[in-house]
Design a protein around this ligand. Structure first.
Ligand code: BG6
Length: 468
């Protein structure tokens, strides 16, 4: 008997800005991603420049039919995609939406339903309209709540018969670490105060709760979730001081889940604000709005990290968004992300114990520099046994968590087809079951090829996880 429930939602995930391309077609406005050619570490440019791989992406905008057909062939039950906000509201502050943008997602969702695939839609995935960043300083400005409200009302009304699962903000806690990419905040990170950052986070939290409220009014059957970047933190040593450091580091992430699931600011955060002279400005209605808690908690999981109170060892981990101290017990991917399948079981149990709400793993996977080869029949493919191993080991831990009694709704592995990386903006860092012939120098035919993991995942889904 399979350890996964019959209703388990198997699938894959991508984000509009990392796959669609067509960055200025059919009335789309620019988003923050269009001026970030080097990901989170690099500087933004004034205008979109050709070196930016996201401008073409994998041309999903024109090739989605072929891609959805391939997902269907793997047996996907669900496909996670984001809506590019600036396709619907090119500047972000207009009253009327762009019909061509709305029509594109109508067609995409219809295509998914043709194969019985449920869309799981991220409303805002690191793609705030650039105009909102440049003219309002992104989420530092309370006006963004109103613009987001207009946007969500528009898409909820339009797609209410087509989309049942929604996520309000991708990795909402990352606003503290990547303020421009995550929160459209134009002020350079070095100049931003914690006061401004947490006020921006408050605006997003209110907007998220408002979306949940409006979503339930417009679509009584919809399931609306938050999305947290999860990275379990272990103490570097058994020292109680390291453990307290772990607790404090984790509070910064739990804060976002706690508000979404419980509807109030937690005491530990109020203490942090008091002690750091941060005063969050609440409008009179905010407390009431925040009580609109989510239906489920979704999260990304790629790695764990360590924390220490020892200042001399607090060097940053490489590559990932949250940083942290590397764990001496774990191996890392080629991009320095430490691989820890058991951390996924741990994090599932932690979230479940804390919230008692259904959980959805909406990102997990291995970024690697795949090599396209020709098999004995002359077909192009990738022998990605390392990816199969990674996914197998993580799914085994999901099964363990399910046996622990955790309610897990589904699993959408990240980058089910190769997409442009968020942190480094490379195409070389591939996650897909499907290889896309496109390289970082802009060459490539954009043809799609099935990797070995494509056939493996198909069997996993077919057997509802028994054939791991
Ligand atoms: C998550 C993001 O942080 O990690 C995705 O939600 C991103 O957008 C994924 O692509 C993997 O990160 P990267 O940097 O390897 O693309």
């Amino acid at each position: 008997m399979s350890k996964f429930p019959e209703t388990f939602l198997w699938g894959g995930a991508v984000a509009a800005n990392q796959c669609e391309g067509a960055y200025c077609e059919d009335g789309k406005g620019l988003s923050v991603q269009d001026v970030l050619p080097h990901g989170i570490r690099g500087k933004r440019t004034e205008e979109p420049t050709e070196e930016n791989m996201k401008l073409v992406g994998i041309d999903f905008y024109h090739r989605y039919k072929e891609d959805v057909r391939l997902f269907a062939e793997m047996g996907f039950k669900v496909f996670r995609i984001s809506i590019a906000w600036s396709r619907i509201f090119p500047r972000g502050d207009e009253n009327e939406p762009n019909e061509a943008g709305l029509a594109f997602y109508d067609d995409l969702f219809d295509e998914c339903h043709k194969y019985g695939i449920e869309p799981l839609v991220t409303i805002s995935h690191y793609e705030t309209p650039l105009y909102l960043a440049e003219h309002y300083n992104g989420w530092t400005n309370r006006k963004l709540i109103g613009f987001y409200e207009n946007y969500v009302r528009t898409i909820f009304e339009r797609y209410k018969g087509k989309v049942k699962y929604w996520l309000t903000f991708n990795e909402i806690n990352s606003i503290l670490h990547a303020p421009f990419m995550s929160g459209g905040i134009n002020t350079p990170k070095e100049e931003l105060t914690e006061q401004e950052l947490y006020q921006a986070a408050h605006h997003e939290l209110v907007a998220s709760a408002l979306a949940t409220k409006i979503g339930h009014e417009i679509m009584p059957d919809a399931k609306i979730g938050c999305m947290i970047l999860s990275m379990p933190t272990y103490p570097l040593t058994p020292s109680p001081d390291d453990m307290i450091q772990v607790m404090e580091d984790e509070h910064k992430n739990y804060f976002f889940g706690d508000v979404h699931a419980r509807g109030v600011y937690p005491g530990y955060m109020k203490r942090y604000f008091r002690e750091h002279e941060i005063e969050i400005h609440f409008e009179s209605e905010d407390e009431e709005i925040l009580k609109n808690t989510v239906d489920f908690i979704s999260f990304s999981y790629y790695m764990s990290t360590c924390a220490t109170a020892d200042e001399t060892k607090k060097k940053q981990g490489e590559g990932n968004l949250l940083g942290g101290v590397p764990n001496p017990m774990l191996k890392a991917s080629d991009w320095g992300w430490q691989i820890d399948p058991k951390g996924l079981r741990y994090v599932l149990n932690m979230f479940w114990d804390r919230y008692q709400k259904p959980l959805f793993i909406v990102e997990n996977g291995l970024g690697a520099a795949d090599v396209l080869i020709e098999d004995e029949n002359g077909n192009k493919t990738v022998e990605d046994d390392y990816r199969i191993q990674y996914l197998h080991d993580h799914l085994e831990q999901v099964a363990e968590a399910i046996q622990d009694g955790v309610d897990v709704m589904g699993y959408t592995s990240w980058g089910c087809i190769d997409v442009v990386s968020a942190s480094t903006a490379e195409l070389r860092k591939r996650y897909g079951y499907i290889y896309v012939d496109r390289n970082d120098d802009g060459t490539g035919t954009l043809e799609r090829y099935k990797k070995k993991s494509f056939y493996w995942y198909k069997k996993v889904i077919e057997s509802n996880g028994e054939a791991l």
